[in-house]
Design a protein around this ligand. Structure first.
Ligand code: MG
Ligand code: MG
Length: 251
């Protein structure tokens, strides 16, 4: 069942989303050559805690950290480590969730480490554009097929592979709620309605669509070792324009 959120729940999700956005603002400054993904995780943990929220990922099905940090060919769910040091030319996807008074904000962003290749620039630009095109379709009356189709069209324009085993999801009292959101035209006729809150998260690849899970039970990488990017926002469907809940609040 897809739940519609109350005004009070949406208020709390906006606060959770603002905390997540604060983490991303800090990541933008912190990501540079020589920094470990463990250090990034510690920064995220401190920001979430100092805002009196709970790191949603920490302990989720046993996940050991507050962020997922996925470098280059890693797609999602990379585990932060003091042994994973960022180097010039890498790209890193940071995914983070914060729970505030029981409500979740979920957002991912991919960052360039120093100067990156033209291909990686195309990958990042295309994936961010795919997210924004999908968000534009998050209008009451549209279907999830319209949303996935928007991602598919931008992926094609940028000549990028689409990760198909993972996708967006309802979010609110739980990090993962119904519906699942495909990042391509999967024929899903679910109609968007005001009050639905859904995380949209295209994962696009420089190479083929296929991915595999590492022996650690978490990290997902591309099968062909090509780089992958991930961008995500939590969105509220309204009677009018879609609202991005994981943006910095206007104070
Ligand atoms: Mg996420
Ligand atoms: Mg998500």
């Amino acid at each position: 069942m897809i739940t519609k959120k109350s005004r009070e729940e949406i208020k709390l999700m906006k606060i959770a989303g603002d905390i997540v956005a604060q983490v991303h603002r800090a990541m933008k400054d912190a990501v540079k050559p020589g920094v470990s993904t463990k250090e990034l995780d510690e920064i995220a943990y401190e920001i979430i805690k100092s805002n009196k929220a709970v790191p949603t990922f920490l302990g989720y099905r046993g996940f050991p950290a507050s962020i997922c940090a996925s470098i280059n060919d890693e797609v999602v769910h990379g585990i932060p480590s003091d042994k994973r040091i960022l180097k010039e030319g890498d790209i890193i996807a940071v995914d983070v969730g914060a729970t505030f008074h029981g409500l979740v904000g979920d957002s991912a962003w991919t960052y360039a480490v120093g100067e990156i290749s033209e291909d990686n620039k195309r990958l990042m630009e295309g994936t961010e554009k795919a997210l924004m095109a999908a968000i534009e379709k998050m209008v009451a009356g549209n279907t999830l097929n319209d949303v996935g189709g928007a991602v598919e069209d931008v992926a094609k324009e940028y000549r990028l592979g689409i990760v198909r085993q993972y996708g967006g999801h309802g979010v609110g009292r739980n990090m993962h709620e119904e519906p699942f959101v495909f990042n391509y035209r999967a024929g899903d006729t679910t109609i968007l309605k005001p009050g639905m809150t859904i995380a949209i998260e295209p994962m696009l690849n420089l190479g083929c669509d296929d991915v595999y899970e590492h022996a650690d039970g978490w990290t997902v990488s591309t099968l062909d070792k090509c780089a992958s990017a991930h961008f995500e926002h939590t969105i509220l469907v309204t009677e009018a324009e879609p609202v991005i809940l994981t943006k910095l609040a206007q104070k």
